[in-house]
Design a binder for this molecule. Structure first.
Ligand SMILES: [Fe+2]
Length: 213
């Protein structure tokens, strides 16, 4: 007669019997299929040297864009003061828009046959944007920090856009002009206006008289 307990708790080999083909193959390792810095050319009718140059320059802009994106999230979480609510929302909106740029730049690098920088340590080693402190900063300091980061990216993007156009890489030029430059310029406007020192409620007559207006 069959033991009731054995039937309820069959051995592991019985439970897994017949599932060999359905089991995931874990802990796999192999050599990389493409080393970083090398180009695996795709048939996009673009010179390999032009692809390699764009990939290298775009990776710098990518590292800086990832850093600025993360600055926005840091400041979204840590902002303080009477403008908390609007800045909290604005910083997150800009974070989302920067995330879209990160994806567009990274995918441009891949379709050029290159490899996108992706992980935080590689971004930290590459970016030109100064590292912020771990602690919280006042809103004007947060905004100043991000304005400086935007300007670093805008400067790079304008230079690389021109180089890409000269090399015949119109796609990279278009990405930089239509998306990277325009998005960053608009975000600069929304940030910079928060640093204009105007009265909140009562007009400053003394200053108006002094300036002759
Ligand atoms: Fe949030």
């Amino acid at each position: 007669m069959k033991n009731k307990t054995d039937h309820k708790n069959p051995p592991a080999s019985v439970i897994s019997e017949g599932t060999e083909r359905a089991r995931p193959i874990l802990h796999q390792h192999a050599h990389e299929i493409q080393p970083y810095g090398k180009i695996a050319k795709l048939p996009i009718a673009l010179d390999q040297q032009a692809c390699a140059t764009s990939v290298e320059l775009l990776n710098q802009i990518l590292a800086d864009t990832i850093t600025l994106r993360d600055l926005y999230k840091k400041h979204h979480w840590q902002v303080a003061g009477h403008t908390f609510y609007q800045l909290h929302l604005l910083f997150d909106k800009h974070f989302d828009e920067q995330s879209e740029l990160v994806d567009a730049i990274a995918e441009r690098i891949q379709l050029l046959g290159g490899i996108s920088i992706a992980m935080a340590p590689d971004v930290a080693e590459t970016t030109f944007i100064p590292r912020p402190p771990r602690g919280r900063e006042e809103a004007p300091v947060q905004i100043s920090r991000m304005l400086e980061a935007h300007e670093i990216i805008l400067k790079e993007a304008r230079t690389v856009a021109k180089q890409a156009a000269d090399a015949g890489d119109d796609g990279t030029n278009d990405l930089l002009v239509s998306q990277v430059i325009r998005t960053n310029e608009l975000q600069v406007w929304f940030l910079a206006e928060h640093l204009v020192d105007v009265p909140l409620v009562r007009a400053d007559i003394a200053k108006a008289v002094a300036s002759g207006s």
